[in-house]
Design a protein around this ligand. Structure first.
Ligand code: GTP
Length: 239
């Protein structure tokens, strides 16, 4: 087998990564490209869990800002992640990648419920497991879901696939021309420097459980593969 940096990963995909330039919904050519990238990595023989966001359809926070009750707005967001998960499953299966979707909120007619031990069994049987529905509770992000599922399945790392951003920068590179990209950071660096990688709940959970993060640009073809093969392309957060 190829020399892999990680044997079991959680890949965190933002909902926006499925929308493409249209910025909303699921853009079929874009989701197909993402599925192909996942297939390329799957073929290296590592175990892959995917946590997908829902921001291409709905953001709980925005709903709350518009006056909706936060918990209610978050439930709509959770349903959005389930739609994305089903679309991703369809695309992966059309490429012959065996896939199981597990939802944190039970809807058994559509997908199997999240059962930790079953998820691990699926991974051991080389099925990509898509964790849908966030944590199943309002007030938690899908970044937090990624950290939680990574801890639960003993993942070696969380791969934070970003939409157009190459890694963690000292400042916003779109605003500040002097911003530099960090290759390596510790979780404490992130706190001390006030950098934003994940929300604070997700950061704390991954720090407390010693789960490394790899932050990289999903939009460059082959990047997921480069990360799992140990090439330093984005930012590694460890320790
Ligand atoms: P093994 O136990 O390793 O054979 O796993 P498996 O997933 O192949 O077997 P299982 O019989 O559990 O599932 C067969 C198919 O049914 C898979 O596509 C599962 O995702 C799906 N499935 C299992 N449980 C549920 C459920 O509660 N609801 C829905 N909608 N699908 C389910």
């Amino acid at each position: 087998m190829t020399d892999l940096k990680y044997k079991r990963i959680i890949l965190k995909l933002s909902g926006e990564a499925l929308a493409g330039d249209q910025g909303f919904g699921i853009h079929p050519p874009v989701i197909k490209t993402v599925a192909k990238e996942v297939k390329d990595v799957y073929e290296l023989g590592l175990q892959i869990g995917i946590v997908v966001g829902g921001g291409n359809m709905w953001r709980g926070e925005s709903g709350a800002q518009m006056g909706m009750e936060r918990a209610q707005a978050d439930y709509i967001g959770m349903l959005a992640t389930i739609m994305n998960a089903l679309a991703l499953q369809d695309n992966l299966e059309s490429l012959d990648v065996p896939t199981r979707v597990q939802t944190s909120i039970e809807m058994r007619e559509i997908a199997e419920p999240y059962i930790r031990r079953k998820a691990i069994r699926h991974l051991e049987k080389n099925r990509v497991v898509i964790f849908a529905g966030g944590t199943g509770s309002p007030y938690f992000s899908t970044d937090t879901t990624a950290a939680l599922r990574a801890a639960e399945i003993n993942a070696d790392a969380i791969l934070m696939a970003k939409n157009g951003v190459d890694g963690v920068y000292s400042a916003d590179p779109n605003i500040d021309a002097s911003a530099v990209k960090y290759d390596h950071l510790t979780q404490m660096d992130i706190i001390n420097k006030g950098l934003h990688v994940m929300d604070s709940t997700a950061s704390t959970l991954s720090m407390d459980n010693d789960i490394p993060l790899e932050v990289f640009n999903l939009n460059k073809p082959g990047n997921i593969k480069k990360v799992v093969l140990g090439e330093q392309i984005g930012t590694t957060v460890r320790g």
